[in-house]
Design a protein around this ligand. Structure first.
Ligand code: DX5
Ligand code: ZN
Length: 232
């Protein structure tokens, strides 16, 4: 049997005027997770969506909502996202003065927690917090915008992260997801999966395929992504 892979469409590239419908349709096309990009025009040079929008979409879907915080600081806003229905909350170590405390705060509010690594951020931040982490997210672009090109050095870094996660599983029996975010598409996803990722964010590659109002508009792109993964 092929490995279990999760597809997480980034709603950053969705049509915000029809966000509820976009989410319904993209999940119905065979994807698993709503990836929710939060930017503050401070930690990253762009401004997006906050807890109000998370709360608004919560009743629209049963899918996991994966909140990717690109904000600084993080602690003030974590409880708000938990109350708004987030299932997973991840943040960048550079966004928190006290990483261990922020991870605990996420868990204390009933969510799964994760750390996000920019292309140049070392994995060392994982050294003493594996027990507090449910997901490791590797950025394969610099954060701030959808539609950028996949940075190839991420493949090597994925292998290193996979080795850490496997060694940890061996020891603890606990599963940690390895997610990749930025420039992922049907053409490169197999190679990315081979490097060790099990969860794939895709924004422009998926939502860019949906120009009309056909509810099945994402089916063929999601199928081609699934087909690329099927052989692994
Ligand atoms: C970038 C965001 C990504 C982005 C992915 O800062 O974290 O989630 O929307 O978009 P694509 O798939 O278009 O690179
Ligand atoms: Zn993201």
């Amino acid at each position: 049997m092929s490995k279990q892979f999760r597809i997480a469409p980034s709603i950053l590239s969705a049509n915000f005027a029809k966000l509820g419908q976009e989410i319904t349709d993209v999940i119905a096309s065979g994807t698993d997770i709503v990836h929710f990009d939060v930017m503050d025009n401070h930690y990253v040079p762009n401004l997006t969506i906050g807890p109000l929008v998370c709360e608004a979409i919560r009743p629209v879907t049963d899918a996991i909502i994966d909140v990717h915080l690109m904000v600084k600081p993080v602690d003030r806003i974590i409880p708000d996202f938990a109350k708004a229905g987030a299932n997973i909350i991840t943040f960048h170590p550079e966004g928190s003065e006290h990483i261990d405390r922020s991870l605990s705060l996420i868990r204390d509010h009933g969510c799964k927690s994760g750390l996000v690594f920019n292309p140049a951020t070392p994995l060392d931040y994982l050294d003493f917090v594996m027990d507090k982490i449910d997901m490791v997210l590797l950025m394969s672009v610099n954060p701030g915008f959808g539609g950028q090109k996949f940075i190839p050095s991420t493949l090597e870094k994925l292998k290193l992260a996979r080795a850490r996660i496997d060694a940890y599983k061996e020891k603890s029996g606990r599963e940690i997801w390895l997610e990749v975010d930025g420039g992922v598409n049907a053409g490169n996803i197999a190679e990315i999966a081979k490097a060790g990722a099990d969860t794939f964010v895709a924004g422009s590659a998926i939502f860019g395929a949906g120009k009309d109002s056909d509810p099945n508009r994402y089916n063929s792109v999601v199928k081609s992504i699934r087909d690329s993964l099927a052989s692994l």
